[in-house]
Every structure is written in C-alpha cells, then in structure tokens.
Ligand binder design. Structure first.
Ligand code: GAP
Length: 452
C-alpha cells in the first residue's frame, strides 16, 4: 500500500529528517526545500544509482559537472530567453498572481474574483549580477536546465575523450525556475536537481534511439522500486512540445496529488548543437535554429568515410531528482497492522536507496563492553563502503526499531550480553520483522547480501 496522502509523506519527511521547508525559522520561502540527514542520504543514493546505470555500467557515456551560472548568450541561443515562459495573470482584487493555464473557470483561486488581468508571458529564469559592479549590464542566469553546458562543451569532450557517435554525456545538478505557483511539496519547486543524459546519434537513427531510451528509463524507475502499474508513457502532443523537440515521451507517475510527469525523454534533433555552432551555413541543419554570430567553435562530427561534417541529433532522457524522491517515498510508505492493537509505519525502500544501511544497537547503553563491541561492528560494516551505517546509542530497543522502520533501514543489529559470551548478534529484518541470531563471522556476508 502506498501513502494515502501527500500530508502523510510531508509529515514523515519532517518527523524523520528527510525534507524540511527551507528558511523555516523565518517563515519559509515557497518552492524551496532542504534535505535533512535522511533526505541527503536518500537523494545521494538515487543519484548514485542513476550515475551507476548511465555511466559506469555502459561503455558509451561520459560524465560532466558544469557551472550553474550561465552566460545570457548560451540561453539566447538555446531559445530560453525568448520562449521559456509561462502565462501569468494578476488578480486585481487580492493582488495574487497565477499561472493562467492552471486556473479553473478563469477565477482567482484565492478570492474567487473574476477581475483578472490578461495573461502575459513570464520568463522563468532567475537572473543575478556577476562581478563587483551591479549596474544591470553584467548579468548571468541560473541555469533552467542542466544540459546546455553539455552542448557548449561538446567539442571539449570530443577532443579529450576521442569519442565518436553514438555516445552520451551525463550530468546531475541543480536547475532553477522561478515557477509562478510552486506546489505539491517537492513536485514543483523553484530550485531542484536534474539527472540528464544527452545522447548524440546519427541523424536518421534518432527515432530508434529515442524508443530505446524510453524503455531503458522505464526499466530503471522500476528498479528503484516504482510499481509498473503506476508508470505510464505519454506521447506529448505536437502542440505541447518544447521548441527544441521533434518528439517527447513523458514517463508519468501516479503521485499522491495525481498523475504527472516524472521524466521526459525528448528527441532534441540537431537543434542545440546547431544553435550553438559557428558557421551554421556549412551544415544541413534540419531544425529551426537561432542564427549564431558569437560561437567560436564548430559543434559537429566528421563522417570518416565521406569526409563530410555533420551535426548529430540528440536524445535526452531528463529526470527530476526531487520528483524521483517523491515517487520513491510514496511507493515505499506503508502503514501495517502488526497485531490487534498496534500498527507501524515502514518505508520499504529498495536497500540500495535506504539512507541508513544498517543500525547497530547496543542493548545496554551504559555497558562499556557492549557499546565497544557495537562500535567495532559499526566500523567494520562502514568500511565495506555500501553507505551509512549508524550506531544507535539512544532510546530503547522498541523505539529504535520504530524509528528505523520509518526511515527504511533494512537491518537492525543488536549487541547484548550473549554477544560477549558467544560472538553472536540479533539481526532484525525491516520488512518481515523476523529476528535471528547470527555469528559475527558471518555478519559481513549477511550484510552484503542485502545490497547485491
Ligand atoms: N532539459 C530538458 C528539461 O529540462 P523538462 O521537462 O522541463 O525538460 C525535465 O524537465 C524534468 O525536470 C521533469 O521531468 C521533472 O522531473 C523535472 N522538473 C522540471 N521542472 C521542475 C520543477 N519546477 N520542480 C521539480 N522538478 C522539475
């Protein structure tokens, strides 16, 4: 059973240190969230799983980590300065602002007034000044998507890796959008993270690769514990396509607030490299690109047989980390009846995503020998490098189990007096709640088996 409501997830996230409203002690800022001690681990684990599958387990992808502050020229050429807008309306009665396309019956959701302004385009990019003098002339944007610096680095990557198509470049990082109405917890926020792959292919082979990536990405989400029947493919209508896309398939997930986009897989054609390249007239660029008079570099590849240069097409799977976290939490959240009188909340996260991989609990907190033994076990397991192992040296055993069920720790290991005599510990499985006694010599293997 997944979470009943968004409120339950929000409450668990705050109670157990996953996600907090940002700037909370000063009243908070809408659309900004902070990841707490458990949230940062979960987020890192999801990003690592993506990087592992996109870069390490493939032989055709490189990684990059580019700057967030972006030159206005880049975002002019990419089309964002001119088209990255949402329709904005003001309510003349209560002075609130809304996205026109999200209003029901053209009335203000705050005061129900119908006295609204005409809608006008509102650019979603954040600007900031760069350098010591803020006279408005030297500004940069906070990137609205992570991929543009992959395109502008195309030649650097080619030259430094000797890659040829098909190959991809992966990046995980922050993106910023001044959303008019951020909402639904971490679903639509103003500062978020994306995991993007730009996969460069030969024109003509783009559709085959597009289909390939849609299927790969669906499979990956299922591997993160998302149930297949809550995922759907949605062919974006031609009228709704972004300016760069020939075809986009969105992976939709049944979030607690409804079915919405988790990831988009776009066929960006030769738009981006074509738009950022110098000497555009030398290539048969298929898409409608912005004229470029500033680029110093040819972003093309040579056909070694024909000795001609051409601009590759790009297939882009672009996933939101925060939406991924919301989906994963929603899937993992369960309220279970333990017996007649008791229930428990448990996060049945896939072990590789669990913020804490194992909790080591000394049964007597004031017994030095037991505590030292527990510390040794913790350090040994930590050295295996599978993620954070925690020494749980507070509270009683019942409270510890409850807490670790709620943060999704796959195993709890308890050290007690018997341990000191026979080198065995009690291990408790999160999902079955079964407990068994195992010898210290077998503990490393037992633990590792959870993560294979
Ligand atoms: N480079 C392509 C691109 O940025 P997008 O569909 O605008 O495409 C890709 O964004 C993904 O980024 C979305 O599927 C979503 O998961 C995430 N995303 C976009 N806007 C977001 C927002 N305001 N808050 C949280 N995640 C967002």
């Amino acid at each position: 059973m997944v979470a009943k409501s968004m409120d339950e997830l929000v409450s668990l996230c705050k109670r157990r240190g996953f996600i907090f409203q940002s700037n909370d002690i000063y009243g908070g800022i809408k659309g900004l969230y902070d990841y707490g001690p458990m949230g940062v681990e979960l987020k890192n684990n999801l990003k690592n799983a993506w990087w592992k599958s996109m870069v390490y387990e493939r032989d055709d992808v490189e990684g990059i980590d580019a700057s967030i502050l972006s030159s206005p020229v880049v975002l002019k050429q990419s089309g964002h300065e001119d088209t990255f807008t949402d329709p904005l309306v003001d309510c003349r009665s209560c002075k609130s602002r809304w996205r026109a396309d999200q209003l029901e019956e053209s009335s203000c959701p705050n005061c129900q007034s119908k006295d609204l302004t005409d809608s006008r385009p509102f650019n979603l990019m954040f600007k900031t000044s760069i350098g010591p003098v803020d006279d408005g002339s030297s500004f940069v944007y906070l990137r609205p998507e992570t991929c543009q610096q992959i395109f502008t680095n195309f030649k650097n990557i080619l030259d430094s890796t000797s890659r040829t198509i098909p190959f991809g470049v992966a990046q995980i990082g922050k993106a910023f959008r001044n959303e008019i109405t951020p909402r639904n917890f971490i679903f639509r926020v103003r500062e978020f993270e994306q995991m993007e792959l730009e996969f460069f292919v030969e024109p003509g082979k783009d559709e085959k690769w597009h289909e390939y990536w849609v299927n790969q990405r669906l499979k990956w989400w299922i591997d993160q514990g998302i149930s297949k029947d809550k995922l759907k493919k949605y062919d974006v209508d031609v009228k709704e396509l972004s300016h760069y896309s020939k075809n986009t398939v969105d992976i939709m997930y049944d979030f607690p607030h409804g079915e919405e986009e988790l990831e988009g897989i776009a066929n960006r054609t030769d738009f981006d490299l074509g738009s950022h390249t110098k000497n555009q007239q030398d290539f048969n660029i298929d898409s409608k690109v912005n004229k470029n008079e500033h680029s110093t570099t040819k972003l093309a590849i040579q056909n070694l047989e024909k000795k001609t240069w051409f601009i590759p097409y790009v297939i882009e799977p672009s996933a939101g980390v925060d939406r991924g976290i919301l989906a994963v939490l929603n899937e993992a959240y369960k309220e279970e009846k333990i017996d007649e009188n008791n229930t428990r909340i448990v996060l049945s996260l896939k072990p590789h995503l669990a913020p804490i991989k194992a909790a080591v609990i000394p049964l007597k907190k004031n017994n030095e020998k037991i505590v030292d033994f527990a510390k040794k076990i913790k350090n040994n397991l930590q050295k295996l490098g599978l993620g954070r192992v925690m020494l749980e040296n507070s509270g009683n055993i019942g409270k510890n189990y409850r807490r670790h069920d709620e943060i999704g720790t796959p195993i709890c290991i308890t050290v007690d007096f018997e341990t000191l005599n026979d080198n065995t510990v009690t291990v408790r499985d999160r999902d079955s709640m079964e407990q068994q006694r195992i010898g210290i010599d077998n503990l490393n293997n037992y633990y590792k088996n959870y993560f294979i």
